[in-house]
Design a protein around this ligand. Structure first.
Ligand code: SAJ
Length: 460
């Protein structure tokens, strides 16, 4: 019996042994979906805490219910290990490891290389290997395939190889691993078909494409689309600031167009582990071909400049109160990279805090989702703990800067308790003399706002 026929049968009757390398916010939900579909599934990770948590039937990923992990583990459908020799017993493996950027904005492929090296040691005929980590077009065929074929097995014949981009949106209440369509591109038609069969057992909609490279590019288009459009709306905000227009009013009115428009909103910059990073995998690859990816570079510059613009806005606001940044207490409201989550990776709030600190401000923060902040994370030289968001904490600050608009925060209380507010997320509605908004006209300066010149008597 051919390898593909044999694997097809085991995928169809759910007797295939399934493995997932990398038990993070992508890998654990995927392993749970495979186990829920009836496959005996083994998670492989280097982090003993993750392994122990899974084997004890608990989840450390908010989108994965502990009760579900417990049910699957007690039902012997799910377990975890750090021992790659288990690969010898597996029929399929999904690789869900990080693909960060180096400081030079070049791809860091070390996690993928490390995982593939370990898998290659135990690769056996008939296996299906699927890479899910977001990466540059060509990774699967140019990097992974040769490493796996080094032992003499041929991809698409002796074993099967595909790429399928992860589309996990942590904290999304509507879309999850089970119901988000899954794009799949294999090395040869049988790889695509077998990968589609595996995913089809656990995920509602499968979208086969012609190659792994096409599937890799699909993901990069998705996230480059977001990064470029966020850059566009941030530049529109900078224009509105100059033109005395309110970008929030403009975007919300444009969003009433029922076709041909999709609203994006300005902010203090671009955070997260996907959007600020993925496009630079594409631009890196494009440059290898001698192509100049101008949109990505330009959007990167605009988004990367937003923290500086926010600090200018804070400077202007403090100036209105005849204060300098140096010596002022600035309370940063929200340091997660986007609202209603606890993830701070690449958060622009951290850049704003570092810039303020360098200028002599006394920086504090308050974020209900982030109890502590290490010195290393914000380059401020000392660890911090979140302030409580209380009227007194707000009143103590010379300026409160809203950088992430968690929905659990009472913004009426923020408005009424703060002496001065810089709002970068349109969290405060209406116009107020003490609220400066990103991308909107500053409150009108009154006579009382003006500091009398040294030789003038103070105006009564
Ligand atoms: N941001 C803006 N303005 C916007 C949208 C986002 O400034 O209009 C900022 C956010 O504050 C954040 C950064 O951009 O700092 C990224 O935000 P995001 O909404 O893109 O959220 P992510 O990074 O969690 O992106 C994920 C991605 N999911 C995957 O890669 C699988 C992305 O493709 C999703 O579209 C996105 O979630 C989503 O829609 O929530």
């Amino acid at each position: 019996m051919s390898h593909s026929v044999s694997l097809r049968r085991r995928l169809t009757d759910r007797t295939a042994r399934v493995g997932v390398v990398g038990l993070g916010y992508v890998g654990l939900p995927l392993a749970v979906e495979f186990a829920r579909a009836g496959f005996v599934t083994t998670g492989i990770d280097l982090d003993r805490r993750k392994i122990d948590a899974v084997n004890q039937g608990t989840s450390y990923i908010p989108d994965v219910q502990t009760a579900e992990v417990a049910r699957l583990v007690s039902g012997r459908k799910l377990d975890a290990t750090d021992d790659f020799s288990i690969v010898a017993e597996l029929d399929t493996i999904n690789i869900c490891v990080p693909t960060p950027l180096r400081k030079t904005k070049d791809p860091d492929m070390s996690y993928i290389v490390s995982a593939v090296e370990k898998i290659a040691q135990y690769l056996h005929p008939g296996m299906l290997i699927i890479l899910e980590s977001t990466t540059y077009p060509g990774t699967t065929e140019e990097l992974v395939q040769p490493m796996l074929e080094a032992g003499g097995l041929k991809a698409g014949v002796d074993f099967f190889l595909a790429f399928s981009p992860e589309r996990v949106d942590p904290g999304n209440p509507t879309f999850n691993t089970h119901n988000v369509p899954k794009v799949v591109g294999g090395v040869g038609p049988e790889s695509t078909e077998l990968a589609s069969l595996l995913y089809g057992a656990a995920i509602e909609t499968i979208v086969p494409v012609s190659s792994p490279q096409a599937a890799e590019m699909v993901k990069l288009l998705e996230n480059t689309f977001r990064m470029v459009n966020i850059g566009l709306v941030n530049e529109i905000a900078l224009m509105c600031d100059r033109l005395g227009l309110d970008v929030w009013e403009v975007v919300n009115a444009a969003a009433t167009k029922p076709f041909g428009f999709m609203p994006f909103y300005p902010g203090p910059g671009l955070g997260g582990h996907c959007i600020p990073i993925d496009p630079f995998y594409l631009s890196w690859k494009a440059k290898q071909t001698g192509f100049d990816p101008r949109f990505i570079e330009l959007a990167g510059q605009i988004n990367g400049g937003m923290p500086h613009f926010v600090v200018e806005k804070i400077t202007d606001a403090l100036n209105r109160h005849q204060k300098s940044i140096n010596g002022s207490t600035v309370l940063i409201l929200g340091i997660a990279y986007k609202r209603d989550i606890d993830d701070m990776r690449e958060s622009p709030s951290l850049d704003v805090m570092a810039l303020l600190h360098q200028k002599g401000a006394h920086v504090r923060y308050a974020d209900p989702y982030v109890p502590t902040l290490s010195a290393r994370a914000w380059h401020g030289g000392f660890d911090m703990q979140t302030d409580a968001i209380t009227p007194s904490a707000l009143a103590e600050a010379d300026c409160v800067a809203i950088l992430t608009e968690h929905r659990t925060v009472d913004y009426d209380m923020v408005l009424n308790s703060s002496r001065l507010i810089v709002d970068t997320r349109n969290a405060i509605s209406g116009k107020h003399a003490h609220v400066f908004k990103l991308g909107a006209p500053a409150p009108v300066m009154t006579v009382q706002d003006r500091m009398p010149a040294a030789n003038e008597k103070a105006v009564a």
